[in-house]
Every structure is written in C-alpha cells, then in structure tokens.
Design a protein around this ligand. Structure first.
Ligand SMILES: *Cc1c(COP(=O)(O)O)cnc(C)c1O
Length: 390
C-alpha cells in the first residue's frame, strides 16, 4: 500500500458511511487503488444468504480473488466456485473445505482435474462429451453437473455464448456421464452477470425447468440445481435489495422445479462489488478544439488497468469528485494508456464538474468485482491495480 494521509482534500470530500469510502477520503494515493471492506463482503453474504434460504453459496472466486476476502467468506461458511488449479489452491490456502469447492469451469486442463480430485474436490462442471471424458479419466466417479446455454439473457454483462450445451445435447451428455461412471448430479446455467431484476430470471428458469423435468423423466436422478451468478450490484440504476431479489429467485425456482434436493448459487459481483471503491486521479482535462462540446477527461485508470467492464459501456460506474455536482458538463472519459480502445465512456458521455482539473482525486464507486482480477500485469507500464483490504 502506498496511501498517505492528505492535507486539504479531506474537508472537501463528502462524508460516507462505508469503510472503504471513509478510508479513501482520509488518504492520498500515488496510484489507482481498490479499497475493499471485508465487513461489507460479510454483510453482503448475510443478505444474500438470508434471501437464498437453503441454497448453498459458492463464491465465484474470479470476481475478486484477494486472499483476505476468501478467508472472510470461509469464516462465513461459504463454498467456492473455482475455475483453475490456482483458484482451488487459493481457497485451500485460506482454509476452505475441498468438499465445498466446485470446479465450475467447463474448459479444464486434465492435470488440473487430477489435482482437484487429489485434494478432495468432488464436484465438476461440463458442457461437452470430451470434457466428461477428461473428468472420468482424472476424477473417476465424481459428481458432474451439466451447464446449459442460456438464450436471450437480459443481463448487462451476458455470458451466454461461450459456455453451456444446447438443450438438445443434454440427454446425450447425461447418458454419456452415466456410461463413463460419473454421477450425473445436476444442471447449471448462468443467467448473465448483472441481471438487474429478479423477473429477468423467469424465462430462463422456464427453459431449465423443462429440461430438468425431462431428464428426470428419462430416469436421471438429478439432485443439484446450480443457479450460477447474476446477482446485481448498484451502479446508479435501480436494483432490488439483495435479500428480496434472492428470495424472488428462490420462490420462482420452487414454483417451477418443486423441491430441489441440492440448490446452489455462485454469486460473484453480488458479494463483493459494493464492498469496494477505487481511488483514482484525473491526469488531464482537455478539449480537441475550441468548438469541442465535450471535455476529454483522462484518468490514471482505464480499460486495461481494472475497468475492463466498461467494454461496450456495459457497466457504468458512478464517479464521485470532491467538487460536488453543482455545475457539470458532458465529458468523454478515458484511461491513460496509448491505446485508442482505452476509452471508458463516449457514446453516453459522463457529466462531471466544470471545475474538474488534473490532479483531482475521484472515487469510482462499487468496484469490488471484476476490477483487480481483470487488471493486466502492466500494459504500457501502468501498474496493475493496487488493492487494500480493510
Ligand atoms: C463468473 C461466474 C459466476 C459469477 O457471476 P456473477 O454475475 O458475478 O455473480 C458464477 N458462476 C460461474 C460459472 C461464473 O463463471
């Protein structure tokens, strides 16, 4: 950490009620820094857990793999959804029980499956015959769940195309798993990340329920329904409170599936996004010509150093300055690297104070998910995102 306590800025900064915001207001930073509060992660876990009832939570590690966050969730009783050997090792190093780790990537290295099996992981995802064969070879007799493609995702950050099998392929894959000596344990899907309303789940749950009942009618004794992630964070547009959102999803599941013996959810964003904010700095405010309607505001953080989810302007972070929002004007917001793709918001410009100057500190709100984990090793020499866990 490189934070130092500042002089003048403190008085001008609005007072916040959360630890990460308070820490940022009270310190200066010499590089973009994500500050995350473990207490907020723990309370987000409690809120989701109370809405999800009996469903087991497996935190999607990729959303934020800080060891102290993993540890906090271990102590809360969370399970983990890991995508690689390294993520499994991370969870184990923080005390996670391998029986509560699922290997949820549908594209695994054979040696990593063997490693996972060797340390006691027993639950694996697949969406193809070749992956089932790898699992049968390296993790004989393990439980597998089959991931399905979700069509027509209404999420802000859809994940639909890359993962999952087509509904028509499911019966063959379930038979294949059984033939290979695996336990065809259940189904999974991902509704799409940042699915802002619980009602957006309903058409997806309709699709999956039809397949679930069909598979059971075919004699597959499915036990597990893995709901994946998708639980939203607040970025400025209204989202339902986590507890009631999760409860609506579970009610909708019960309506369509009846009693599910083993219900599981894999929130990533919903557990960590609101627990963290990024302290950043304005490097330059300029116009391309005297007639330019927009100012260009360049920050010391961009698409390659943590803000990857601004791709397509999909996730619109809230940006807070110390000027308040009295007199504002439209700005194109960009990162510091010499790559023209490093523009954060241009199609829908951001309103920022007219008084904004280089050297000003800005706070990018609710950035605890998919920022440090997406930040590159140092593209163009800009350092990867620094993280402080409170
Ligand atoms: C990324 C991921 C998640 C987490 O998704 P969020 O939308 O952040 O909750 C859950 N499950 C799987 C398989 C994932 O790849």
């Amino acid at each position: 950490m490189n934070a130092t306590v500042p002089g003048a800025l403190r008085a001008a900064t609005p007072v916040y009620s959360d630890p990460a915001a308070a820490f940022i207001a009270a310190h200066d930073f010499d590089r973009p820094t994500l500050v995350v509060s473990r207490a907020k992660v723990a309370s987000a876990y409690d809120a989701l857990k109370s809405g999800l009832g009996d469903a087991h939570i497996h935190y999607a590690v990729k959303a934020n793999p800080e060891p102290q966050i993993i540890r906090t969730l271990v102590l809360k009783g969370s399970g983990f959804d890991a995508a690689s050997r390294q993520e499994i090792e991370l969870c184990l190093s923080q005390g996670a029980d391998p029986a509560h780790i699922s290997f949820g990537n549908t594209i695994k290295r054979g040696a990593d499956i063997a490693f996972a099996y060797g340390v006691g992981v027993r639950l694996f995802a697949a969406d193809s015959e070749a992956e089932l064969e790898k699992i049968a070879l390296h993790a004989p007799g393990a439980r597998v769940y089959l991931r399905l493609i979700v069509e027509n995702s209404l999420a802000d950050w859809p994940l639909s195309r890359k993962f999952g099998c087509a509904p028509s392929a499911l019966p063959g894959l379930l038979d294949c798993a059984a033939k290979l000596g695996l336990v065809a344990y259940g189904l999974s899907f991902h509704v799409g990340s940042q699915t802002r309303r619980a009602a957006f789940w309903f058409p997806v749950l309709d699709q999956i329920a039809a397949l679930w009942h069909g598979a059971r009618a075919d004699g597959h004794d499915l036990q597990l329904l893995n709901l994946g992630g998708g639980f939203p964070a607040f970025y400025g547009e209204h989202v339902e409170a986590p507890r009631s959102y999760a409860a609506s999803v579970v009610d909708a599941v019960t309506e369509r599936f009846g009693h599910v013996p083993h219900l599981m959810a894999e929130p990533g964003r919903g557990l960590v996004a609101e627990a963290g904010h990024i302290a950043a700095e304005v490097l330059l405010v300029s116009r391309k010509s005297a007639e330019d309607m927009h100012r260009w505001v360049y920050l010391d953080i961009g698409r390659f150093s943590g803000l990857a989810e601004t791709e397509g302007e999909a996730i619109r972070y809230q940006i807070v300055t110390s000027h308040g929002d009295v007199e504002t004007g439209p700005c194109v917001l960009a990162g510091p690297s010499c790559d023209s793709a490093d523009i954060l918001y241009e199609k829908r410009p951001v309103n920022l104070p007219l008084a904004l100057r280089h050297g000003d500190k800005v706070v990018i709100r609710n950035c605890g998910a998919y920022t440090s984990s997406y930040s590159s090793v140092g593209f163009n020499g800009f350092p990867p995102l620094d993280v402080i866990v409170l």
